[in-house]
Design a protein around this ligand. Structure first.
Ligand code: NDP
Length: 401
């Protein structure tokens, strides 16, 4: 994609109280978003909240935020949600189609924070409604790539990056002069196993893998951070969001997670965004954009931190990063296959069906087996995703027995 096509349309925020919805309200990003909405009740009114199975968590959030609608994706949760919200005047619905309908409800701002490809249909529904979408569900953009970016342009939607790295780049990227950007540099904490020998990773447990040193996140992204697949997915995400060729996207390990990412310009200047590792800062940036609102995120005290360090990622220890780069360069449907296989592998690891090192091996084996022509439509993305999941699932030892 040419740099001049960059990327993020700059729509104006509407005046007055903004109508907002949260897709994935009960998750880590969703709850951080809810926390900000409670602190700024005067500025926002809530249209819809959605969850997957956590009916109690969704009901509690709904009682607090008073949306017009609460939707649980798993129909088995409907009765509990309905009971918990009876008498509140909050409408209740269930099922994946109802989640997508909630996403399409008129709103000024929609937080897309459903984990994995389950977020694709609702995120696309929000995009088709022309909303401003605060975008966390990176797996969807990795898989649907240019099909999703074309839909954003076609429907006049605005995508605001929530991922702390992409939000940092968004804050310092000169969209008026994209040709002056030489490269973007994503920082990575290195996760819980930075510096560990590859042999020692063979026996890593799910509990160890989700114990991220700097961030409290959902289980899937925590495992992705431990394998560094997360950073690879983020490189692909940045490629689409900022119309940046693969060769001009770099990754540097920065264990303190204070510098969230950087943009390097042709004159040698490098601009960065810094902050404490607290997702409420990038979420608040998208929520108030182009304005700013206060957050309770811990303030940065650079003198107390003392030093910030940087190192190159070790390709031997973390092969996921290289695999993602290969998938990005191959293009077409390859990133969709990679993402689907990774979702299957991470779920199998969390269920203790495969080991930690098997995650990336399973993704590589799936990539070898699934032909990945470029999808032209969302339906073709979904079909490719389904085929890759089928193959990856069959590759899990003991599958089908
Ligand atoms: P969590 O696992 O904490 O939350 C996921 C949310 O999605 C929950 O509300 C969950 O509902 C809902 N959900 C899960 N499956 C489905 C489904 N099939 N249909 C509808 N809803 C579903 O994830 P995170 O908040 O950590 O991450 C969300 C997204 O944001 C991911 O794509 C992640 O990569 C990205 N992200 C996260 C960051 C973080 O700090 N956590 C940082 C940057 C990006 P329920 O609770 O009922 O299961």
């Amino acid at each position: 994609m040419a740099m001049s096509e960059a990327a993020l349309p700059l729509a104006q925020a509407s005046p007055g109280r903004r109508r907002v919805s949260i897709l994935g309200a009960t998750g880590s990003v969703g709850r951080s978003t809810a926390d900000l909405l409670v602190r700024h009740r005067d500025r926002y009114e809530v249209v819809a909240l959605t969850a997957h199975r956590d009916a109690d968590g969704l009901a509690a959030l709904a009682r607090e935020l008073r949306p017009r609608l609460a939707v649980i994706a798993d129909p088995a949760g409907y009765a509990a949600l309905h009971r918990a919200l009876s008498g509140t005047g909050i409408a209740v619905a269930a099922g994946p189609a109802a989640v997508a309908e909630a996403a399409a409800r008129p709103a000024d701002w929609v937080m897309a924070a459903i984990v994995g490809m389950a977020g694709l249909a609702p995120t696309m529904a929000a995009i088709r409604s022309g909303a401003t979408v605060a975008f966390a569900s990176k797996e969807c953009l990795v898989a649907a790539g240019s099909v999703m970016m074309a839909a954003i342009r076609r429907h006049g939607a605005t995508l605001l990056p929530v991922d702390s790295e992409h939000n940092a780049i968004f804050q310092v990227f000169d969209f008026a002069r994209p040709e002056t950007v030489e490269r973007i540099i994503l920082t990575a904490s290195g996760g819980p196993f930075r510096g560990a020998s590859r042999a020692s990773l063979a026996d890593v447990t799910p509990e160890q893998a989700v114990a991220h040193p700097n961030w409290r996140m959902g289980a899937k992204i925590s495992v992705d951070s431990a394998t560094m697949m997360n950073k690879g997915l983020e490189v692909i995400e940045a490629h689409h969001l900022f119309a940046m060729p693969p060769s001009r996207i770099e990754v540097v390990i920065h264990p303190q997670s204070i510098v969230h990412s950087l943009v390097a310009y042709v004159d040698g200047s490098v601009l960065a965004q810094l902050g404490s590792p607290d997702m409420r800062t990038p979420i608040a940036h998208t929520l108030a954009w182009p304005d700013r609102i206060a957050t309770p995120s811990p303030r940065l005290d650079l003198a107390r931190i003392g030093s910030l360090s940087f190192e190159a990622p070790d390709p031997e220890q973390f092969p996921a990063l290289g695999l993602c780069r290969q998938a990005m360069v191959a293009g077409g449907g390859t990133p969709a296959v990679l993402n689907a296989a990774n979702e299957v592998a991470v779920a199998a690891f969390l269920q203790r069906r495969i080991g930690f090192l098997d995650i990336v091996a399973l993704v590589a084996a799936t990539l070898d087996r699934v032909p990945a022509p470029a999808p032209a439509t969302i339906e073709e993305v979904v079909a490719l995703d389904r085929e890759a999941r089928r193959v990856a699932t069959e590759l899990i030892p003991g599958a089908g027995r």
